[in-house]
Design a protein around this ligand. Structure first.
Ligand code: ADP
Length: 613
């Protein structure tokens, strides 16, 4: 008796109904499938007296199902083959395309007459367009073939977003559109995920917004959507004041090769692949994508992404930067753009700065005078350059010409940076100058440095204007580095490289001295030679990490510097408790990258300083 029959009898003898499929043989010898239901019928005493059987011939259904399954498998295989073909082709086409773009670029650098230059420019631009299209197809086919792997690397969300916004702001400002980047202060800095793909989605969505917006503004914003102990879901909005999308076209937009209408393509170019790729990427990042739009009024594309929190999120702000406190500083914002004013208000509130806003220069000047007359003047004024009527520079001149308010520290915020601006602004009397979209750390740093300089009476305080470069340099200088190295020659080399990339370090000659220095000073980073007399780098690291030792910060990042460039050395250093690894001779780029990596984790977020009081 085969297994089905055994089961059947066991089921019905225990008083239950059996339901199953049998392969039967008909009288003519043909095999057929039967769906069979057998229920026991009980007599008055509760004993099984008979059976009720219901049968249905399901041979055709079964055959149909098998056919469908095999066609589905065939279709899937064909789809994968297609995607692989596209991926290979796109890849093959990229190589000669780079030749076309590279060579026409070189050609453009040679002596050409007007006509030749015109032709070469067209070849170059067409090459760029074609490459963008091929990149899209390559991405799309990789996603379809399931070949696109997401990275899980540690990154700083603010830096990624602000870098992306800065790059896109150039395109926007060429069209006279304001680009604003608003990251809610609650969004964590340090996350683990794929910053490259995040950048790709934002570039695509903001790129579209720039393309389809002719006046007004584009706002990129980020806020926490939901969070747990180990993860954060961030919601990003890209809002524009462009042509918008008709309601009946919205559903189809995220399908590949879809555009709102054919004439759009002719007018604006594009493949209709961008949004399909964004949708797939957001799904791969554990999120969703959507759009709210009204024709003629603008669109808001939103998407969510899930990131892991960085496991080592001990990003303490060092003493030096704690001193750059700006809370309590009364600040006036003068900007005609409402979104910008709201963004500034949110940041200043977060930093603990009382503030007021004015939507034009006249109102701004009136507010400054009024506050001064009441004996509670504004210390700092953030002025937008491009305003209808009186612009930022003119307002600056008027402030400086008015004895009542001329001591206000003026910072210019502008999206149209031009050569010569700095000299002109300095001449007017501005103390700071920042490009839009404003970066949180730059704004905080600029205000802090300007205040610091103004509060010092000594005559050797720099009178130069504070720019984003000043802020970057200051945050580098604020980093205290300890270099532990016994060889004099190596000390000199390391110090000279550090100097060239804008850092300074204190030097000690062995592990014991390093430990003593760390007991007295809260260094931000330690560069640790491994082989040293008295106490080597490994022993010193063990003492530093030992919570019983007197070292001030047991978690200080330690970067090993060793002459052993053997495989496995890195692991040995990491196992010994060090955080990173450099091989000697130390190279400038590597040192710079490693310091940037470990010092941003502890410092550059000047914006955070106010949280630590
Ligand atoms: P592409 O821009 O390459 O054509 P996309 O998939 O990125 O492809 O966009 C598809 C279509 O969606 C665009 O052609 C356009 O019609 C519409 N669209 C996308 N973003 C916007 C926007 N911000 N405003 C108006 N229309 C948009």
């Amino acid at each position: 008796m085969n297994i089905e029959y055994k089961e059947l009898w066991a089921t019905i003898l225990s008083g239950n109904t059996w339901n199953g499929e049998f392969l039967n043989k008909a009288k003519d010898g043909k095999l057929f499938w039967e769906q069979t239901l057998i229920s026991p019928i009980k007599d008055e005493c509760g004993n099984t007296s008979n059976f009720l059987a219901v049968k249905e011939n399901i041979t055709e259904k079964k055959e149909l199902f098998e056919q469908l399954t095999s066609s589905k498998e065939l279709a899937e295989a064909a789809n994968i083959a297609k995607s692989q073909f596209l991926a290979t082709m796109s890849h093959e086409i990229r190589t000669p395309m780079n030749g076309v773009i590279g060579m026409s670029g070189l050609l453009l650098d040679t002596d050409l007459d007007e006509e030749q230059r015109g032709y070469a420019k067209i070849v170059n631009a067409s090459g760029e367009n074609l490459l963008a299209l091929i990149n899209d197809i390559l991405d799309f086919s990789k996603i379809e073939a399931g070949k696109l792997d997401m990275e899980a690397i540690d990154f700083d969300l603010r830096t990624t977003l602000e870098d992306t916004a800065e790059m896109l702001a150039i395109r926007a400002s060429q069209k006279g559109i304001e680009l604003i980047c608003h990251i809610d202060p609650e969004v964590p800095h340090y996350l683990t995920g794929d910053p490259g793909r995040l950048r790709q989605i934002i570039t695509n969505l903001v790129g579209n917004s720039v393309k389809f917006t002719h006046q007004g503004e584009i706002v990129i914003s980020a806020r926490v959507d939901s969070e747990g102990e180990e993860f954060v879901v961030v919601k990003f909005d890209i809002k524009d004041t462009g042509i918008g999308i008709p309601a009946n076209r919205i559903d189809a937009l995220f399908s590949p090769f879809t555009q709102v209408d054919g004439s759009t393509t002719r007018k604006y170019g594009g493949t209709g692949l961008g949004l399909a790729i964004c949708k797939q990427l957001t799904e791969l990042m554990g999120g969703k994508i959507g759009i709210i739009s009204e024709e003629g009024k603008g669109s808001t594309f939103w998407f969510t992404s899930r990131f892991a929190r960085q496991s080592s999120e001990v990003h303490e702000v060092p003493e030096v930067l704690k001193r750059t406190e700006i809370s309590g500083t009364k600040i006036l914002i003068v900007d005609d753009n409402l979104t910008n004013r709201l963004l500034m208000i949110a940041l200043l509130k977060h930093w603990g700065c009382p503030n007021e806003t004015a939507s034009d220069a006249e109102k701004g000047l009136a507010l400054l005078r009024e506050a001064a007359l009441q004996g509670n003047p504004f210390r700092v004024a953030l002025l937008d350059q491009e305003m209808p009527g009186m612009d930022g520079s003119e307002l600056g001149r008027r402030i400086k010409a008015d004895p009542l308010v001329e001591s206000t520290l003026m910072i210019m915020v502008t999206s149209l940076a031009q050569r010569g601006d700095v000299a002109l602004l300095q001449q007017i009397g501005f103390v700071g100058y920042l490009p839009k979209p404003v970066r949180q750390d730059q704004l905080h740093g600029c205000i802090a440095i300007a205040l610091g300089r103004a509060n010092q009476t000594s005559s050797n305080v720099s009178k130069g204007i504070v720019t984003k470069h000043t802020v970057a340099e200051a945050s580098k200088r604020g980093i205290r580095i300890l270099l532990a190295e016994d060889n004099i020659m190596n000390q000199k080399v390391a110090q000279s490289i550090l100097g060239k990339i804008g850092y300074k370090a204190d030097v000690v000659a062995n592990g014991l001295e390093a430990v003593r220095a760390l007991e007295m000073i809260n260094y931000d980073v330690v560069l640790m030679d491994c082989q040293m007399p008295e106490m080597d780098g490994f022993q010193a690291t063990a003492v530093i990490r030992d919570s019983e030792s007197k070292v001030l910060n047991h978690k200080v990042p330690i970067i090993a510097m060793t002459a052993n460039a053997m495989k496995g050395d890195r692991e040995i250093c990491i196992e010994a408790g060090m955080d990173d690894y450099l091989t000697k001779p130390v190279k400038r780029d590597e040192l710079s990258a490693v310091l940037e990596k470990w010092s941003t984790k502890t410092t550059v977020c000047l914006a955070d300083t106010i949280q630590i009081k």
